[in-house]
Design a protein around this ligand. Structure first.
Ligand SMILES: NC(=O)C1=CN([C@@H]2O[C@H](COP(=O)(O)OP(=O)(O)OC[C@H]3O[C@@H](n4cnc5c(N)ncnc54)[C@H](OP(=O)(O)O)[C@@H]3O)[C@@H](O)[C@H]2O)C=CC1
Ligand SMILES: O=C(O)C1=N[C@H](C(=O)O)C[C@H](O)C1
Length: 242
């Protein structure tokens, strides 16, 4: 049985992950929340799962490295500097970071990349996401990973082509851009659609999360897979064999 520690354990995802750990027959090694000491749970764990806050990331990676533990990071709202920290940590320990741990979104990203590579620039790409009213970051980590998939399919850089929201006299849509729109309200666990829009036709690829259990199950599956791996940065498609 793997001993799994949760960072952000009292949060919506932390609680869902604790339930998924029990469902998977693994051991809950303890949890930590804001103001808590990650090193205390690291000492009792075989792996850490972090669904907390970007502000906690650096300390969590330091604690994982000090205890030589693998870590699954599901926290979103990460910036470029956070990805540098993850890359640096991955030279010492196994790290898996993803904006979405579900099987469905992992496959969706694959399909989006494929569609983007086959459809020309006359197909505009727009990504629309809806989440519950408590979500604090936008666009969602999933929307950004789907945007990355579309950009890879087109062999372009996402940062140079992303339009993250529109307001006022925006001018015409620039060819080749990838647009993002975020809706917030109610209790929606996660709803993402990537639209490919051409003259007179539209292709839309969607995923709907009906509850957080799918993310929690995927996070535990990723943790089980990551234990025993060498140092490096790993991905959900590797976990799921996609
Ligand atoms: N990758 C994926 O598949 C998914 C990712 N997410 C992401 O996971 C994260 C958490 O989401 P959710 O559970 O809904 O959010 P919540 O706000 O419900 O939970 C976050 C938890 O993290 C704790 N926390 C905040 N700061 C720290 C810190 N510095 N150190 C330790 N713990 C801290 C909070 O404690 P306190 O309340 O005391 O501040 C809280 O218990 C978000 O970034 C979200 O986008 C969510 C779903 C799926
Ligand atoms: O905050 C959430 O709830 C979610 N966050 C992730 C994201 O930002 O994409 C994944 C999921 O959609 C739920």
């Amino acid at each position: 049985m793997a001993r799994i520690g949760i960072i952000g354990s009292q949060g919506r995802m932390g609680q869902a992950i604790a339930a998924a750990i029990a469902d998977a027959g693994e051991d809950f090694a303890g949890g930590v929340d804001k103001g808590g000491d990650v090193t205390a749970i690291a000492g009792n764990a075989d792996i850490l799962i972090d669904f907390s806050s970007p502000a906690a990331l650096e300390g969590n990676l330091d604690a994982a490295m000090a205890a030589k533990l693998p870590i699954v990071i599901g926290t979103t709202g990460l910036e470029e500097r956070h990805h540098w920290l993850i890359d640096a940590a991955a030279e010492h320990i196994p790290v898996l970071q993803t904006g979405n741990t579900s099987l469905g979104v992992t496959l969706l990203a694959h399909l989006v990349r494929e569609a983007a590579s086959r459809l020309g620039e006359d197909w505009d790409i727009e990504i629309v996401e809806t989440h519950h009213r408590m979500k604090v970051d936008a666009p969602s980590g999933t929307a950004l990973l789907l945007g990355e998939a579309a950009a890879k399919g087109r062999a372009v850089d996402l940062a140079a082509n992303a339009v993250r929201g529109r307001d006022g006299i925006t001018g015409k849509r620039e060819a080749g851009t990838i647009g993002f729109a975020a809706l917030r309200g109610g209790s929606v666990a996660g709803d993402h659609t990537v639209h490919f829009l051409a003259d007179n036709e539209r292709l839309s690829l969607s995923h709907l999360a009906e509850n957080r259990g799918i993310f929690a199950k995927g996070a535990v599956r990723a943790a089980q897979w990551l234990i025993g791996k060498g140092a490096g940065r790993y991905t959900m498609p590797e976990v799921l064999g996609l």
